[in-house]
Design a protein around this ligand. Structure first.
Ligand SMILES: *Cc1c(COP(=O)(O)O)cnc(C)c1O
Length: 342
């Protein structure tokens, strides 16, 4: 059976060039700072994202959690958008690991206003926790891959800094945001004190993410990575794929965005589905279904199209380098058939 996997861009397989680079990678013990391939990846990543330094971490979750640990003290409060990955999908990490309280603020497609952030910062008072960090997400996952308008990102970051907060950018898909908005990733990350991005999603590396920031801050984050169990040894074997990802896989994200757009436009015509192609900024399509999203996904899977249920009535489709234009056409026909009760 033909299979089109639209659950996530994390399912992407490494390219042949990545596998060759991995096989040949020069390695050393990275906990000693002696893996030349990891060092090269960290330098390349820092320069592409416009920060002084970077640290290679096994996952985006570890990158975000290391950032929260490094920016905060126990008992602090951190502000997140209510649909943020850090709040929904990181197993309560901020409470468990950094012992901070999370303050979720309702946003609009993942976007928070400077006013909302200002109003949420706790004034000095013996009763209150100290607000120390604002976390933002671009592109925004639960908002369907939504891209922050660069000016709004700048404004909310400035407001947070004025209030004395640090700003961490969860940029798991920051290069999707850059390609979609035509603004360099380094510019999108410029205001943030730290930024995390994933090599293992649309960029198709098998493993790994990057946490970047100022040099002295990254040295502290390196210690957080160690305590979280992320000090790896001959990690150059996987870092090699990350280098190929950054060199060869960024510009092609535009194809994924075009495919997502086409998928959304096709699905918008299907009766029984709710899809707004104008809300497709990058490589995700959110589909409202009439009955159970989980059941809808089960019926799609039976026909070889794999999708994820986000909520009771919302299905997420994600395009990536292992989904061709032809696969999109095929998925469209299958989804239309399932929606029509076929
Ligand atoms: C995937 C993702 C992460 C976490 O990355 P993992 O490598 O899966 O741990 C963090 N933030 C966002 C927005 C993501 O989409």
């Amino acid at each position: 059976m033909r299979v089109v996997d639209l659950r996530s861009d994390t399912v992407t397989r490494p390219t042949e060039e990545m596998r060759r680079a991995m096989a040949r990678a020069e390695v050393g013990d990275d906990v000693y700072g002696e893996d030349p391939t990891v060092n090269a990846l960290e330098e390349l990543a820092a320069s592409m994202i416009g920060k002084e330094a970077a640290v290679f971490v096994p996952s985006g979750t570890m990158g975000n959690q290391a950032a929260v640990l490094t920016h905060t003290a126990r008992g602090d409060e951190i502000i997140v958008e209510a649909d943020a990955h850090i709040y929904w999908y990181e197993a309560g990490g901020p409470a468990l690991l950094a012992s901070v309280q999370v303050r979720p603020l309702a946003g609009r497609r993942g976007v928070l206003s400077p006013e909302a952030v200002r109003a949420a910062v706790r004034p000095p008072d013996v009763h209150f926790p100290r607000t120390s960090l604002l976390c933002l997400e671009n592109t925004h996952n639960r908002a369907g891959g939504a891209v922050w308008p660069p000016a709004e990102l700048e404004a909310v970051t400035a407001a947070a800094h004025e209030a004395g907060l640090a700003v961490h950018l969860d940029g798991a898909r920051i290069f999707n945001a850059a390609v979609a908005s035509g603004v360099a990733a380094a510019r999108l990350a410029a205001g943030a004190d730290s930024v995390m991005f994933c090599l293992s999603k649309g960029l198709a590396a098998p493993v790994g993410s990057i946490l970047a920031g100022a040099r002295d801050w990254i040295e502290r984050a390196r210690k957080a990575r160690k305590v979280l169990g992320g000090g790896m040894r001959q990690a150059g074997v996987i870092a090699a794929a990350g280098i190929v990802a950054l060199r060869t896989m960024v510009d092609r994200l535009a194809e994924d965005h075009a495919n997502a757009r086409r998928l959304a436009e096709g699905l918008a015509e299907v009766k029984g589905l709710e899809v707004d192609p104008r809300q497709v900024d990058t490589n995700m399509v959110m589909v409202g279904v009439r009955d159970s999203a989980a059941e809808f996904c089960r019926q799609l899977a039976e026909r070889g199209v794999m999708a994820g249920a986000m909520d009771a009535r919302r299905v997420r489709l994600v395009t990536h380098k292992d989904v061709s234009g032809d696969d999109v056409d095929y998925a469209l026909r299958v989804i239309a058939a399932v929606a029509g009760g076929g």
